[in-house]
Write a protein that binds this ligand. Structure first.
Ligand SMILES: CC(C)(COP(=O)(O)OP(=O)(O)OC[C@H]1O[C@@H](n2cnc3c(N)ncnc32)[C@H](O)[C@@H]1OP(=O)(O)O)[C@@H](O)C(=O)NCCC(=O)NCCS
Length: 149
């Protein structure tokens, strides 16, 4: 299956569409994403960043990197967040390709250690992440993973 992994800072024209896609996917207002993506476009810091997988005009999946994904360990930062592949496109390597791009891109900007909170127990191991510890999130406990480039 053909798809392209896009670093949104390199394609600012896709920001409004991506913000709508994340809103639709996570039911968080697009303004929240727009605010973060505008921060990314100012380019003052490597974080936040946003990435999508696209096929022509369609967004198939996406994820971001933010400082803290709503948990009580601000020292474990930054965090990969909003990891999602749309149902029909799952199992085709899109999340793996996005994670690979994110880890390489952040390392190229000087951030070689990333963290991620999830409920999954055997997903991120497949992509080279390691379970680190439990954390307390806004919605209860979560599993913190670490990835070193
Ligand atoms: C989890 C998710 C992002 C995977 O996306 P994807 O594009 O299908 O992932 P990939 O095709 O790159 O990789 C899939 C791999 O993970 C495995 N996998 C998928 N879902 C899994 C799960 N729930 N638990 C364990 N492994 C899982 C697949 O078997 C596959 O492994 P393989 O390559 O060894 O066959 C997607 O199913 C999704 O969006 N789910 C709903 C949202 C979600 O759970 N997001 C993560 C929040 S932390």
């Amino acid at each position: 299956m053909k798809y392209e992994i896009v670093k949104l800072r390199e394609r600012p024209g896709l920001v409004p569409k991506a913000a709508r896609w994340f809103e639709h996917t996570f039911s968080i207002p697009e303004e929240e994403y727009l605010k973060s993506m505008e921060g990314m476009l100012r380019g003052e810091k490597p974080v936040p960043q946003w990435y999508i997988a696209v096929d022509g005009g369609d967004i198939l999946g996406g994820m971001g990197v933010i400082e803290n994904d709503h948990h009580n360990r601000p020292d474990l930062a930054p965090n990969v967040c909003a990891v999602y592949t749309d149902g029909p496109y799952r199992g085709r390597g899109i999340a793996g390709a996005l994670l690979k791009t994110v880890c390489e891109d952040m390392a190229a900007m000087g951030i070689d250690t990333l963290y991620l909170v999830t409920d999954h127990t055997s997903l991120y191991e497949r992509f080279g992440w390691e379970f680190l510890c439990m954390v307390e999130g806004d919605d209860g406990p979560g599993r913190m993973y670490i990835h070193k480039k």
